[in-house]
Design a protein around this ligand. Structure first.
Ligand SMILES: [Zn+2]
Length: 135
């Protein structure tokens, strides 16, 4: 009886699966120590637009300007009230003026922070023309 020949097993290593990669879409922050303006990290092509570091930074930036926006919105009715009171000559005491100045200054602080952070956010995370879906 003839001997059956065994089939040789395939002994070579399986080839690694090629994963398409892309660069992170974020622009580097001035605190990043990259020599390039763009983030140099490669990420899977079918994944999110940013590397893990920039996903966190994008979320932090979003939270900063949203928080500042809420604080400014909360103060806005008071600022309008002070303006109406001023127009009708309603300030009778110095402490009322001090309060109006303090609250208006706080409103301006939060409104400027919101504006600055929104500009930074748009510049760093949507520089490539992607739509800002977080607003
Ligand atoms: Zn990145």
């Amino acid at each position: 009886m003839p001997r059956r020949r065994r089939r040789r097993r395939h002994t070579t290593e399986p080839r690694p699966i090629q994963v398409e990669r892309k660069y992170c879409d974020a622009l580097a922050d001035e605190d990043d120590y990259y020599s390039e303006l763009l983030c140099p990290k490669l990420i899977p092509a079918n994944g999110p637009r940013f590397c893990p570091q920039h996903i966190r930074e994008c979320a932090d930036s979003y939270n900063i300007y949203k928080d500042a926006s809420l604080r400014a919105e909360e103060l806005q009715p008071c600022v309008y009230g002070f303006s109406r009171k001023h127009k009708r000559g309603g300030f009778q005491r110095l402490w009322e003026v001090d309060e109006a100045i303090e609250v208006t200054g706080e409103f301006i602080y939060w409104a400027e922070l919101e504006l600055d952070e929104r500009k930074t956010h748009a510049y760093r995370f949507y520089a490539h023309g992607a739509s800002m879906c977080l607003i």
